[in-house]
Structure formats: C-alpha cells, structure tokens
Design a binder for this molecule. Structure first.
Ligand code: AMP
Length: 372
C-alpha cells in the first residue's frame, strides 16, 4: 500500500522496505570499517523508535557486538516537543567502551544533546552517533553526527519503528504525511467472464465513478484501426495479454483524460504485478490510492459457459473459441491471479461470491463499495 491511514491522518510511501534495507546495509558497512581491529562495540538504541532499525542493524553487523537500549521521550503528536525526559536503562558499567548510539531520526537535535550530556560522564573510549534519518533543515545544534543513513526533508514520517500517536511502527516501509486522498478508486477483479463489465456499468452510475475497462479501450482502438489497435489486436485475438508497457501507458492516458472526477472503477486492469505497481505509483504521484480490490469469485466451469453464451452476441473475437478462452484462463491463472495476494498483503482485498443474479451481485458489491 502506497498510502496508509493512521488515526485521522494519511501517509504516503517515501522509502520502500527494500530502499530502507539498502540504507541500513550501507550504514553498517561504514560503521564497521571505522572500528579498530578487534574492537567489540556496544550499540545503544534510543527507544522506542529505533527498535526495528537496531534489530536490522545488529543482524547485518555480523561480528561480535553488544546491544542495549535506553529510553528518552521525543515525540508527541506530529511535532517534536522541546522537552526530553530523562534517560532510563543504563545500569551497566560502560567505561572504556566504544559506544555507537543508534537513533531512528534526528531532527532538532534536542534528544541528541541529552545523549551527549549523559554519556559525557561515562568515561567512554569513544562515542559515535548513527542515525537512520536526519532532517538538516531543522537541526539546530552544532553537535557532531557520525553516520547518517539518509537526509530527509522536514516532513513527519512513520513506519519502520516510527509512529504517529503509537500507530505505524510495524509498517515495513517509511511513509510521510500527506493530504487526504479525494478519490475512491476501486479495482474490480475476477477471471474472464466473471461479470466485471456488467457490474461496473451499474456501479459507476451508483457511485458516480468513471469506469475504465482496458479491454473496451483496446476494442475501441481495434475498431477504429488506430496504431494501438493494430498492435493490440494480435494479442487479444489469441487471448494473450497485451504487453505491460503498452497497457500501462494507455491506462495512464485514460486516467489523465478524467480530471477532477470522484474516482475510478478499474476493470481488467491491473492484470500483472508490474501493472499493479505502476498503478500504485501513478496514483501516489497524485496523492491518491486504490481503496480496495473487489473480486468476483466464480468457479471456472461456470465461466466458460458464460463466455460462450456471451460470444453469441458480443461479437468479440476472443469469446467464441474454446481454445482462446482456455488461453485467457491460462493467462489469468499464471499472471493475474497473484494480484489477490498483492492486495491481500495490503489488507485491501475483498472477495465476493460472484454466482447469482445481477441484482444479487450488485448488492454484494455495493456493501463493499459503501465501506471503501
Ligand atoms: P477484457 O475485456 O478485460 O476481457 O480484455 C480482453 C483482452 O484485452 C484480454 O484478453 C487482453 O488481451 C487485453 N487486455 C485487457 N486488459 C489488459 C491488461 N490490463 N493487460 C494486458 N492485456 C489486457
């Protein structure tokens, strides 16, 4: 999920889980390189925010080391408070040790000052400061910081241990505060013949949304013999997916045609993981997101009958031949079905029983649409 809601606020992805992992890995390498041969460092994490960073850091360290934690309050709400509570947790004798402080984020430097004050009296061999994130624009102190994972602008961030009023610490990626999304964007999902088009036509009016069916756009282009149509035709006729690049660019253009709308029902898109990622990213740039994937679940044997029945009147080149239909299911099962997991992982997959009358299914879908 590229946009998450915590309490009353929305946050958009700033760094993916993978990007954070790379930053941590680079930091570990630099800290390690600076340590004298054979030196066993004592890492001290500043709770609460650092616990995820510290856990990943020491596992990547991969040599003898110790870890301990201290606690200093730093944040209340979304603005850094100037008051820092006193340190809790250092009981052991740490004199003569090389201590590396692990901080999740340094902004004004108030907490850092407190850390310097406290450790000054501990007769350490050396004290190093390592922070995953640093906000250069708001840093007010002259105190040295030895290792910085990444400089970030002055925005409130959550995830990877950092919270907003207690929530968000468990998010694997890092998110920054954003404005509330305005649109309702729903992916209507399901295998070929599940009834996506029929239902989208009804629901777009009911919820005042724009219906984008990539299949319809392709067919329109084929009919009008556009360049895109000619390109797509050979894939569609065989029941194969049109290549991602072509489809993604076409979808973006369709979205761009509809400025200021309430939202979209995406029907037949995304159909591959890279289409889903591209859609997420494209919406993110607009401060928007997919509210949910609503899937029509229908057994395959019923679908083939439905498609052949539809083929009698639809005039679709891919509806009238069992071999082509089989291939469409094969494409669905090998490339598209995985998207259920993609959205389920984000907690935004809603499966609906797709067997029943049109009205019954509209009612089931509406229940989910109302919630999203
Ligand atoms: P549909 O009308 O959704 O069943 O789509 C009909 C055909 O259009 C598919 O079998 C594909 O060949 C092509 N198509 C539609 N949407 C996509 C997509 N998102 N990615 C690739 N091919 C697509």
């Amino acid at each position: 999920m590229k946009i998450v809601k915590l309490h009353d606020l929305y946050f958009k992805e700033l760094l993916s889980k993978k990007e954070v992992a790379q930053i941590v890995k680079r930091m570990v390498a630099t800290v390690k390189k600076d340590l004298p041969e054979g030196e066993v460092p004592l890492f001290i994490g500043i709770l609460n925010g650092c616990f995820v960073f510290a856990a990943d850091f020491i596992r990547a360290f991969n040599a003898d080391c110790e870890i301990s934690f201290v606690k200093l309050a730093s944040y209340e709400g979304t603005s850094s408070t100037d008051k820092v509570k006193k340190l809790i947790g250092i009981n052991e004798d740490i004199s003569g040790r090389t201590v590396v402080i692990l901080e999740d984020i340094i902004d004004t430097g108030t907490t850092l000052q407190e850390i310097y004050e406290i450790f000054k009296t501990k007769k350490l061999k050396q004290l190093k400061i390592a922070t995953l994130f640093f906000k250069p624009e708001v840093y007010k102190k002259e105190l040295p910081i030895d290792y910085i994972g990444k400089n970030i602008e002055d925005a409130f961030i959550v995830g990877y241990g950092l919270d907003y009023n207690g929530y968000g610490r468990n998010l694997p990626a890092v998110y920054q505060l954003t404005t509330q999304p305005k649109m309702k964007n729903i992916v209507l999902f399901g295998p070929p013949g599940a009834g996506k088009g029929t239902q989208a036509t009804i629901l777009k009016d009911k919820y005042n949304l724009v219906h984008i069916s990539t299949g319809d756009v392709f067919r329109f282009n084929i009919k009008n013999e556009t360049e895109l149509g000619l390109l797509a035709k050979k894939y569609i006729d065989g029941g194969d997916l049109v290549p991602d690049e072509v489809t993604i660019n076409m979808l973006k253009a369709e979205i761009e045609k509809n400025v200021g709308v309430n939202g979209f029902i995406f029907d037949g898109f995304p159909r591959t993981e890279s289409q889903a990622e591209a859609l997420d990213q494209f919406l993110l740039e607009k401060g928007e997101r997919i509210n949910g994937m609503v899937a029509l679940e229908v057994p395959e044997n019923l679908l083939v009958e439905r498609i052949l029945e539809r083929g009698k009147t639809s005039g679709r080149s891919d509806d009238n031949d069992e071999e082509k239909i089989k291939n469409r299911f094969n494409e669905y099962n090998t490339k598209t079905a995985v998207l259920k997991d993609f959205y389920e992982e984000r907690g935004s997959y809603y499966g609906i029983d797709g067997v029943g009358s049109i009205n019954e299914i509209t009612a089931r879908l509406s229940e989910v649409f109302d919630k999203l």
